[in-house]
Design a protein around this ligand. Sequence first.
Ligand code: SF4
Ligand code: SF4
Length: 438
Amino acid sequence: MALTFKGGTHPHGNKHFTQGKAIQVLPPPELIAIPLSQHIGAPGKALVKKGDTVKKGQVLSESQGFVSIPVHSSVSGKVKDIKPWPHFLGSTSETILIENDGEDSPAEQITHPDWSALSPDDIRRIAREAGLAGMGGAAFPTVVKLSPPAGKIIDTVILNGAECEPYLTADHRLMLEYPDDIIEGIKMILFTLGVKRALIGIEKNKPDAIKLLTEKTANINEIKVVGVKVKYPQGAEKQLIDAITGRKVPSGGLPFDIGCYVQNVGTAKSLYDAVVKGIPLIERVVTVTGKTLRNPQNFLVRIGTPIKHLIEACDGTTEPIGKIIMGGPMMGIAQSSDEVPVVKGTSGILVFSRKEADLPQEKPCISCAHCVDVCPIKLLPSTLASLIENARFEEAEEYRLFDCMECGSCTFVCPSKRRILHYIKWGKDEVIKSRKKK
Ligand code: SF4
Ligand code: SF4
């Protein structure tokens, strides 16, 4: 039986637009916008000012606390301004605007072609200085994950190559085109954590990636490739751990609590780039896709490139744009402007026509329980939605509101087109606001 978790759903994959498209290097635009806040945790403090010249790879901000990492310039050029700029989470955020001089003059790079001489603390320091963050979407600082709390014993590293979100193929292409870099990054993670077992979890709709990585790791005892069932949200951290190891992360807990460490395959490659080549996180692979794009692509994109540049590089659209989503269609975030730049956690840009973006009419709940069946956390989504709709936020909390991982499976299957996830997010916001007031 294929490895998986209980619950979940099967949205149409729509990966055919880009899964056969090799990664193209996208030349950077004339203006790059680097937000100081790109990851979970405190935003950095700018180290440059308007008028400064910067090199490609130069650090632009300093960390503010443990869960904080710096950002770097992805081009060489001049700081045009530092000001609020459209941000992927909505509204605006303090952003460093850099005029690209087209030279790509590099900052000093400290390389370690033979990294075996380094210590685990050296690797953690490099991960912090290079601004590495989870590249599967959440952008949690890698150095924090590589520094588990004292007393937490990890025995299994899981590399997430599931890529269960429809449309996205960036990780798939990365596994096909950079397998050796990913494997070397996994070895660095194992060494840093002192762990002897790594499992690469890949959904079975990527047989070529499973085959290639299986061949590449055939003689490495510590690393094994595991094919997992094609089901959404198979790539969510807790669901992948469950599928591969059978272990369950407790409510409110973390993978560390059950001896696991999960990292995206792209992050393993970025660790390799930072340690061996001395390159900070200044570019990433982004799937730019959707039926309305003339030429959907997988691009290697400089961080700070605006969405509109990516759409132009796909030869534009055949119809007026109705909606742009950063990430996948299930968990991604609708964007308010095409000036929003690519950040460290941008796995995809989805472009929908007006017709595709139309929201269906919401109807009353018919108590069919489909939403309950698919919820991977075993919540009662219909109950949560109706409590929140009626402003009964405290009761919603009792129904484990904050255990919801916002996967959107409930909303996807609801025959009444209830916007369950919208209510859940609203409920969480209201509870947080009320906690702050208290
Ligand atoms: S309630 Fe939350 S976790 Fe459960 S299916 Fe809905 S969005 Fe996913
Ligand atoms: S799937 Fe929709 S209609 Fe069915 S119980 Fe859940 S909220 Fe109600």
